[in-house]
Design a protein around this ligand. Structure first.
Ligand code: MG
Length: 464
């Protein structure tokens, strides 16, 4: 079951003496709204509070809970403010913006309905990307929507504060109404212009991504707007979608379908200078004495209950993040594997001659002492005791003498051994008494043929 959780915060700011913003968080009806009032004295506060109260009363009284019910509630809010201004001279000419979101029963199931009049805004954060869903009903906002003014030019346009539509100024007002699919994890942001005049969209998105709790996110947004100047009242509602009734697949198709774009592309103002704090908003109400106000005819009349002014449909979102993550993981694994292979070759690709078990000269494979998890192993036991090594080489051998191959290691072992002492025996006459006492004839006898009777080879038998 689709479910919404919201957090809200509001602040008067650092310049204004009163907070003319009002907001509504109605959990039981999943109805949320922000209104930014305009008018002298207390009129602005009355306008925004009146609009929000009428919106809630009307919507709750309508059991259908449909997107159309939200539009009717916004129209009722307009009538309530207009009537109050008409009957109370002190409130004459007051007006307010109104942006509202409700979880409604659309034709295809639960859907988020967004109603908007004025230049308070509704954004959606999805997959970490912030997108402005509403179109500002201001002079520059209309021009931007028509493609006649660049978004970055609008930020500094001298008439950017002039509204073309507001609640309560006329007996009737066109209400922008559209529906957006609700995905689990989607986050909606409703805000008055006091937020967006102080913080770039990138800064807003960063806070929304960093703060999972909607209440904390709302408070931090308002706090940061104050720190950035607080030139206007600041009001924020953060609405999280918890559960989407498995409608993600349907919504994905809707996103990909031509004409499904329900959002205007959002300019990236991260690198732009902050707004001029002295630039204050002007209203649509000509009778307010303490503000430079103006009334501008509505440039484009949007039919009631129609989608917002057409903007070029956005192409289906590419899941680049997933591709990038996979590519990064593959590259990282390849680098790690190459590094491990290099270490292994370095650690195991050599030999050294050292002292092994029993004090024998031994040829090892690896590096003396090992490297990381690669320990040396015995390649060959030479059977040569260390004592047989030239003393001058024994110290180096104990430390481990590196050789590039097994053959070199064997050759080294051959070189460092103490040369063997010659074992040639020298005859010692004194030790052979028989020799000294034997008569010469006897000696002759010992070297003569052992058998004198044997005929000499030169006299073979049978010779005449
Ligand atoms: Mg404002």
């Amino acid at each position: 079951m689709a479910h919404l959780v919201a957090g809200a915060a509001t602040d008067v700011g650092l310049v204004r003496s009163a907070n003319q913003d009002s907001y509504l968080v109605c959990e039981r009806a999943a109805l949320y709204a922000v209104a930014d009032g305009m008018g002298g004295h207390a009129a602005g506060e009355v306008a925004s509070a009146t609009a929000v109260a009428a919106l809630e009363d009307t919507y709750l009284a309508d059991a259908s809970a449909t997107p159309q019910a939200l539009a009717r509630a916004a129209e009722a809010a307009n009538r309530a403010v207009f009537e109050r201004a008409r009957t109370d001279p002190a409130m004459h000419g007051m007006g307010t913006t109104l942006v509202a979101v409700a979880l409604t029963s659309g034709q295809g199931g639960p859907t988020l309905a967004v109603a908007n009049v004025g230049d308070s805004r509704c954004y959606r954060l999805r997959d970490g990307e912030l997108e402005q869903l509403t179109v500002d009903h201001s002079l520059v906002g209309e021009l931007v929507a028509q493609g006649r003014l660049a978004a970055d030019e609008a930020e500094f346009h001298p008439q950017r504060n002039v509204l073309t539509r507001a609640v309560g100024v006329d007996a009737d007002v066109p209400v922008d109404l559209f529906e957006v699919d609700a995905f689990t994890g989607d986050r909606l942001l409703l805000c008055s212009d006091g937020l967006i005049r102080e913080l770039s969209d990138r800064a807003v998105a960063s806070i929304l991504r960093r703060r999972p709790d909607p209440d904390e996110a709302a408070r931090e947004l308002v706090g940061e707007a104050r720190l950035s100047g607080g030139s206007d009242n600041i009001t924020v509602i953060v609405v999280d979608v918890i559960g989407d009734d498995d409608r993600a697949a349907v919504a994905s198709q809707a996103l990909a379908a031509p004409g499904a774009a329900d959002a205007a592309a959002m300019p990236d103002r991260a690198d732009e200078p902050a707004d001029d704090p002295a630039a204050e908003r002007t209203g649509t109400v000509p009778v307010v004495a303490d503000e430079a106000t103006s009334v501008v005819p509505v440039i484009t009349s949007t039919p009631r209950l129609a989608p917002p002014p057409a903007v070029p449909p956005r192409p289906p979102r590419q899941r680049l993040v997933t591709v990038r993550v996979v590519a990064f993981a593959v590259v990282l694994l390849a680098v790690l594997a190459a590094a491990a292979l290099g270490v292994a070759l370095y650690a195991r690709g050599t030999y050294f001659v050292g002292v092994g078990a029993g004090g024998q000269v031994t040829i090892f494979k690896g590096r003396p002492g090992g490297l990381l998890w690669f320990q040396p192993t015995v390649a060959q036991r030479t059977g040569v005791p260390l004592s047989s090594v030239v003393p001058a080489d024994q110290a180096a051998l104990r430390a481990g003498m590196l050789e590039s191959s097994l053959a070199d290691a064997r050759a080294y072992v051959q070189r460092v051994q103490v040369p063997p002492i010659p074992t040639t025996t020298v005859p010692a006459p004194a030790t052979t008494p028989a020799t000294t006492v034997a008569p010469p004839a006897s000696a002759t006898t010992t070297v003569a043929p052992t058998s004198p009777a044997t005929p000499p080879p030169s006299a073979p038998a049978g010779t005449p």
